[in-house]
Design a protein around this ligand. Sequence first.
Ligand code: ATR
Length: 278
Amino acid sequence: MSKFLKAAVLGHPIDHSLSPRLHRHWLKFYKMEGSYEAVETLPEKLAETLNRLQDDGYAGVNLTVPLKEKALALMDDIDPIAARIGAVNTVTFREGKKQGWNTDAYGFVQNLESLGYRIQNSRKAVVLGAGGAARAIIAGLLDVGVKRIVLSNRSREKAEELVKSLAPASDPQALKPVSWTDRHISLADADLVINTTSLGMQGQPELDIYLDRLPVTGLVVDIVYNPLQTPLLYAARQRGNLTVDGLGMLIFQGQKAFEHFFGKLPPVTEALRQEMRV
Ligand code: ATR
């Protein structure tokens, strides 16, 4: 008899999460008997909820805002990448143990590679923002061998903290902070620009940045996926830059999470991308 498979995404708020749609698509694709739900979870209920789902036989859960950092302390084992990033977005329950993973760096890198970009050839990447998403993306960029990353964040202190914890000891120059005021000029000779701030998201102001200095060959990536067409991406396309929206990273972080839960790395198809857009 095959076992009924269960997974979920926890967060607060969780109503608009796209993860159930994503994982249900793959469960259906494999004709697996299983479920994937969204469970509203306040930070103070995280430990209790993880224990309950573990006891209920769940394969694992995804975590989103505001639980990713808090989860670290609740794991029995932490994958080295999750430890480096300082956040857990995927938990598996195996042999009575909670194991914490982070698939966001993978999601970012894999998405660009699937679109044909060779990020490792990037000569200068500019990352805007220094939150959890920035930490994952910077770890991913460093791991594929990007030699020059410039980080600009509104709060300088947070950018410096991030640089301190992620800059490689073997090449401390690889990751440098620049002031938020200098974000515009930092775009000169960049071939990759990534918005990891929440600016441009529905209900948020747009990211205020002049693209004049950015080479027209530079790729502009926005990890915001609500809406997919952000003012930043629109402005970048208007001046001839290629752009990548936030949907792919979301799909690919889920792809790796699905593999952690159920042991299969599911395909990312055009049909899935379309289904996720509606
Ligand atoms: P996530 O985990 O999704 O990365 P986060 O940790 O809340 O989210 O980080 C949000 C990022 O957006 C931060 O870099 C934040 O800048 P600060 O560190 O200065 O707070 C950035 N951000 C949010 N609102 C902003 C605004 N109005 N102007 C500039 N940056 C902003």
